[in-house]
Ligand binder design. Structure first.
Ligand SMILES: [Zn+2]
Length: 489
């Protein structure tokens, strides 16, 4: 019948297949609520009126509805004939006033050398293996385990945060004091579907007896070695070899220009002796330097107290009059990035630069504070030292912004970089895109508030590892290099 269709109306048949495909050949994701009676997804309580729930929902029903929306979206994106079962639970996870684990997830099992396996001797997570095999390879258990931090709702987690945001409409702004659950569920299901290294980052050993498909696409550009050809010790070293750990999958690298832009930089405009663009890390809080660049004089803060007078941990600054109207230069350490930048704002700064306190790398710039209204960037210790050497005289003028014309943010030599910080972050390193990616991506290690319901580069990466997908990103993008990354998987 399909041949007949093609003969009659070849063009329309093809277009019809593509359009109808997203609706017809999707997948089935079943949410399995594993919480006990009266807790988590079964909480019988009345939700907070400001949490974005639907009228009449119990708190548990409201939470589960969000999970179902995320599962429904993944259903539309993936093409699989085998049901994907996802366990869902809400539990107390790590949480303090400044940092919290929002959720965690992983596949329950992995399989190799099944019928139709694309690569021999290679392990695939259960949901992907099932899909490729066209059969359920382990019907005794769900494919994915997920859990989410119930303490986000208890008022003691993340100072200034009222709780989860349960509204799933992307057109409704997320209140500044709430953490949206939808992108977190979306992210965690992504891990369970295969966005995971399956490597123990404390030993370099595979969790599987055979190399996971993930290792085939990981490449260290310094040692020129693919992860599935490395020893455990070599993988251990490569896992912290930032910025040289990259993804070689052609779909991901081909489509990277669709999602990534130029990198953020601290550009020193004067004096001429130190002028130039310095590497920078964008902050997870405050306005984006891409849309709100800021230029001004640079003033080293003096807070007059504490472990260091230049760490910006105390306020008011003794040189508040000089800081006002200028960009505050602050040393990393002794308190959170949020406190430093908020203090700069309170003292009248128009922007803030956090200089690293270690010779390598950049400050992480994580944190949440909806009251921060000035842009900030982290930069290298060397950049901080260079600016300080010219302060207060002859003075430094700098711009916090992005640098066009070079490589895309979060890439190296045309390849998308993976998260490989030193020291290693167990459970996070290697299983995320690099936090330098900008605009931000769903599968970065920390949730950015610009992320809500889009999978961006995750879907091309899933195509690289073997998933059949629907809807967006089916075709290579015209005008893009088909594979800008020179290293072969
Ligand atoms: Zn993650």
């Amino acid at each position: 019948m399909s041949a007949e269709l093609r003969r009659r109306t070849p063009l329309f048949a093809l277009i019809g297949l593509l359009l109808a495909g997203s609706a017809a050949a999707q997948s089935t994701i079943t949410v399995v609520n594993t919480d006990g009676a009266g807790e988590g997804f079964n909480d019988p309580g009345v939700p907070n009126a400001a949490a974005g729930c639907q009228a009449g929902d119990t708190l548990g029903a409201c939470r589960l509805r969000v999970f179902q929306v995320a599962a429904d979206q993944w259903e539309l994106l993936l093409n699989s004939t085998v049901e994907i079962r996802v366990n869902a639970a809400m539990n107390p996870l790590t949480c303090s006033g400044t940092t919290a684990v929002l959720g965690s997830a992983g596949p329950t099992t992995a399989h190799a050398d099944f019928t139709n396996a694309p690569l021999a001797g290679t392990a695939y997570v259960q949901a992907l293996a099932n899909s490729l095999a066209g059969a359920d390879l382990d019907s005794s258990q769900s494919d994915i385990n997920t859990q989410f931090n119930v303490d986000i709702d208890n008022g003691t987690c993340l100072t200034g945060t009222a709780g989860w945001w349960y509204n799933t409409n992307p057109a409704t702004p997320v209140p500044a004091d709430r953490v949206p659950l939808l992108p977190v569920v979306f992210h965690e299901i992504g891990h369970g579907l295969g966005f995971t290294s399956l490597v123990n980052t404390s030993s370099g050993a595979y969790f599987t007896s055979l190399p996971p498909v993930w290792a085939r696409f990981l490449y260290d550009t310094e040692t020129d070695r693919r992860w599935n050809a490395m020893t455990n010790a070599e993988r251990l070293a490569s896992a912290i070899n930032d910025p040289d750990l990259v993804w070689t999958g052609p779909r991901t690298n081909n489509l990277a220009p669709k999602f990534l832009g130029p990198p953020a930089k601290v550009t020193v405009n004067s004096p001429a002796g130190i002028a130039g663009a310095y590497d920078a890390q964008t902050a997870e809080f405050g306005p984006s330097v891409a849309t709100s660049p800021v230029t001004g004089g640079v003033v080293l803060v003096n807070d007059g107290a504490g472990a260091s007078v230049n760490d910006g941990c105390e306020t008011p600054f003794t040189n508040a009059a000089a800081v006002a109207g200028n960009i505050a230069l602050i040393d990393r350490g002794n308190c959170t990035f949020v406190i430093k930048v908020k203090n700069a704002q309170l003292n009248g700064a128009i922007g803030a630069i956090i200089a690293n306190n270690a010779a390598t790398g950049l400050p992480g710039m994580g944190g949440t504070d909806p009251t921060i209204t000035i842009a900030s960037l982290g930069t290298t210790q060397a950049a901080g030292t260079a600016m300080k050497a010219n302060l207060p005289a002859p003075g430094v003028n700098a711009t916090l912004g992005v640098q066009s014309g070079g490589s895309l943010a979060g890439t190296q030599e045309g390849c998308v970089r993976m998260f490989a910080p030193n020291p290693v972050q167990s459970g996070s390193s290697v299983s995320h895109f690099h936090s330098d990616a900008f605009p931000n991506l769903l599968m970065e290690p920390s949730l950015n508030r610009s992320i809500f319901d889009k999978v961006d580069l995750t879907l091309p990466l899933f195509q690289d590892i073997g998933w059949r997908t629907n809807a967006e990103n089916i075709l290579f993008v015209d005008g893009f290099d088909p594979n800008p990354c020179p290293f072969l998987p």
